[in-house]
Design a protein around this ligand. Structure first.
Ligand code: ADP
Ligand code: MG
Length: 743
């Protein structure tokens, strides 16, 4: 690109007006879920008996038969066509990024030479997308060639544009999961079972435990003209070169600042569309970095929340284009300023409305609270390495460990109040029978015991925890924030399911284990609450190494964490080994979430994805260096050389030498940079060649990590220095300062 073109694009970006988004006449409560076939629509469009049957299916109390599916499909088709839908698709979440869909028209021959609109129960329930091009990590060659998608009735269908979207799981014919949703649903079932059993110690009427997820989605917006002029952004989602802007986020003036007009219009548009699709968007604000923003809905049941996050990511990209932006979901689009994450707020609650991770009013509630907090810590402690593996990727590595995002060590911050409480419990003596008599006013025998024990142990009343910002550790990857844990290491473009599968399965395992030990004590004749307390105290001690309230970015912590036995590995391919560790396989198999074969297959896909990402970056970067940067740098160097010669022609030798000295220094500097770049792009190509010859996937990924990825960064240093020297008129790519401050 010529510089005049660059200036033109920058000028256009700076003068664009916001796209008008008309106010809606209806209130959000009136258009919320307009395009969702939720219970209210089901009631309206399905016969009463079918509606009831569907409710049972959704609750998990009944299986779906074909006659019901046909009746449901008929109602759905009528509703969808009224909204203008002409097609339907099974919408699934393959192990690549994003979602996949294959659209089929509602059309069918009517047998008389014409067409009718048709949509059957069979089409609703099961389809066979041509699955061969989705990664399966060898599952399909090992097991069975075909895969199919199957309707997930717990996530409602919706109309998006002209298409009826049907959320589905994607599995092979022999039942192995080829997606994120199948194991996610199994992990939710596992945690439901284990947590219900434990919750019943406290509240015997609990029938079901629900896992909640409230994600906060960070993203960048870049003007689309500037985006198009950056081949690196276009092809890899991040800038592979670009010197820091003189002003970036050091003034802290962007965070919670007033939202730029073009961006405000985008947000308004996005929110309306999200609400119409049933996504309960609530919060929007600027983030720390320039051009960085955040969006958060009200939390939902995890399976639905995952679908909604996948949906909103594609919606964001679409709506951004309408507003002349590109939405960047890469975890680190720009070096030197904050990257984007996706905080996953996670908690468990019961069908009776009790938030298991929230403190309560009675001592019994508080013992339950402590139990669930401590067992969450046990889960995270036992599988801290795996939890990290669930969020590691070629793109998220650029964010983790930089002094802004959670570090590459998983630990948990609880805040003073809870930490003190656990310490008190740990230090207090074991309770003995009948220490404190409370009389007979307690509503349940269990609660009576709870009260007595809690008083004798001095479990303090836990006040409604206010979300005090002074007591929030921003460096902690797994922080307790009042009534939930917030897992902050998740990458902005990742499927939340990956970490939710690990977290919920690990929690299921911890609670199952907890219950086994408590029941053993009860079997010995110990009162339930006493038994619980004893095991909780034991576990407080065991999981202590995971608790860390200090600065997660410090060098000292890295050493301390290693001493505590936490996983401190930073190499992505090696972190992925966590998926194949014996304790991981044991956990997933015992909790009935993933088999060893499935884990192996998934691991292979993750390694393959890692390799491809780094490979693509290396290729694009090499091209940009050789085709964009070196030619321009050489041209400018030649201009300077020309100038030096001409100075020598018109000036006395001594004066010319004196005045040429700075230019000669620049010429030399550019010569050094150019030579470094050219030589090392050659090395980069060679490193790729060597890596590509390695047969073993893991070894190849390690080679990419150790030899290819670092070279990109090394070369970049020189390119970014050239940017500081070369005439701005000649520089071919939009600069950071031009891309990051569009208001
Ligand atoms: P922050 O101060 O962390 O930026 P936000 O209000 O932006 O907080 O987002 C918090 C997210 O956590 C929201 O999605 C919210 O619905 C969710 N959340 C709140 N309480 C819970 C809970 N008990 N369980 C799960 N998610 C929750
Ligand atoms: Mg948050």
């Amino acid at each position: 690109m010529s510089s005049t073109l660059r200036f033109k694009i920058v000028g256009e970006a700076f003068t664009k007006k916001p796209v008008e988004v008309p106010n809606r006449k209806e209130r959000p409560s009136e258009f919320f879920a307009k395009y969702v076939f939720n219970r209210q629509k089901m009631q309206q469009y399905l016969p009463a008996d079918i509606y009831k049957k569907m409710c049972d299916v959704i609750e998990g109390d009944a299986t779906l038969d074909m006659a019901t599916a046909d009746a449901v499909a008929a109602g759905m088709k009528k509703w969808a066509m009224e909204l203008g839908a002409t097609h339907c698709t099974h919408w699934f979440q393959p192990l690549t990024e994003g979602t996949a869909e294959k659209h089929d028209g509602f059309v069918e021959h009517d047998g008389k030479g014409g067409m009718i609109e048709e949509f059957t129960g069979k089409q609703l329930v099961q389809q066979e997308p041509d699955a061969s091009s989705f990664p399966s990590g060898g599952i399909r060659s090992t097991f069975e060639a075909r895969g199919y998608s199957a309707w997930d009735p717990t996530s409602p269908v919706f109309v998006f544009g002209d298409t009826l979207m049907i959320p589905t799981i994607f599995i092979s014919y022999t039942g192995e999961a080829l997606d994120y949703k199948a194991p996610l649903k199994k992990s939710l079932k596992a945690v439901d079972k284990a947590a219900t059993a434990v919750a019943r110690y406290f509240y015997p009427d609990v029938k079901k435990v629900i896992s909640n997820l409230g994600w906060e989605q960070e993203y960048f917006l870049v003007d689309e003209g500037l985006y198009a002029a950056r081949p690196d952004l276009l092809m890899t989602g991040r800038t592979l070169l670009g010197h820091d802007s003189a002003k970036n986020q050091q003034m802290d003036d962007h965070y919670f600042g007033s939202i730029p007009m073009r961006v405000a219009a985008f947000m308004k548009d996005l929110e309306i569309k999200s609400l119409e699709l049933g996504i309960p968007c609530k919060t929007r604000h600027n983030e720390v970095a320039p051009n960085q923003f955040e969006l958060a809905p009200i939390f939902e049941e995890t399976n639905l929340a995952v679908d909604h996050n996948m949906l909103i990511m594609s919606l964001m990209k679409k709506v951004a284009r309408k507003h002349g932006f590109r939405c960047l979901l890469h975890e680190k689009p720009f070096a030197g300023i904050n990257g984007s994450g996706k905080h996953n707020n996670w908690s468990l609650s019961t069908d009776t409305g009790i938030l298991l991770h929230g403190p309560g009013k009675t001592p019994l509630d508080n013992l339950r609270f402590v139990t669930f907090i401590v067992e969450s810590l046990m889960a995270v402690y036992r599988h801290n390495g795996l939890l990290k593996a669930s969020i590691i990727s070629a793109t998220n590595v650029h964010r983790l460990g930089a002094a802004e995002a959670p570090p590459a060590i998983v630990s948990s911050f609880l805040g003073k109040e809870i930490s003190n409480l656990l310490e008190k419990l740990e230090a207090s003596p074991a309770p003995s029978e009948g220490e404190v008599n409370l009389g007979d006013d307690s509503p349940s025998p269990l609660e009576k015991v709870g009260k007595r024990l809690s008083l004798s142990l001095d479990i303090p009343q836990i006040p409604e925890l206010t979300q005090d910002n002074t007591d929030r550790n921003r460096t902690s990857p797994f922080a307790f924030t009042g009534n939930r844990f917030e897992f902050r290491a998740v990458g902005s473009q990742q499927n939340c399911a990956a970490s939710m599968i690990v977290l919920n399965t690990a929690m299921a395992e911890a609670l199952t284990n907890f219950k086994t030990r408590v029941d053993a004590l009860i079997g010995e004749g110990i009162e339930p609450m006493k038994a619980i307390l004893r095991i909780v105290r034991e576990d407080i001690k065991t999981c202590k190494p995971i608790r860390f309230d200090g600065n997660g970015y410090s060098e000292v912590w890295k050493q301390e964490a290693a001493r505590r036995g936490l996983d401190v590995e930073t190499s992505a391919p090696i972190i992925l080994d966590q998926y194949l560790k014996p304790e991981t396989i044991k956990m997933f198999e015992e909790m009935n979430v993933l088999s060893k074969a499935e884990l192996e297959a998934r691991n292979e896909i993750k390694l393959d994805t890692y390799i491809k990402k780094v490979q693509i970056e290396a290729r694009i970067f090499g091209d940009i260096c050789m085709n964009h940067i070196i030619p321009v740098a050489t041209r400018y160097q030649t201009q300077l050389i020309d100038n030096v010669h001409k100075m020598q022609q018109i000036l006395p030798a001594e004066t010319a030498d004196r005045l040429n000295s700075t230019n000669i220094s620049l010429i030399k500097q550019m010569g050094e940079h150019n030579t470094f770049i050219i030589e090392n792009v050659e090395r980069l190509i060679e490193a790729r060649r060597v890596a590509n010859r390695i047969k073993d996937e893991r070894e190849r990924a390690i080679a990419y990590h150790d030899t290819v990825a670092p070279l990109i960064e090394e070369i970049r240093y020189h390119v970014d220095h050239l940017e500081l020297i070369v005439d701005d008129e000649l520089w071919p790519l939009p600069k950071y300062r031009e891309m990051l401050f569009i208001h």
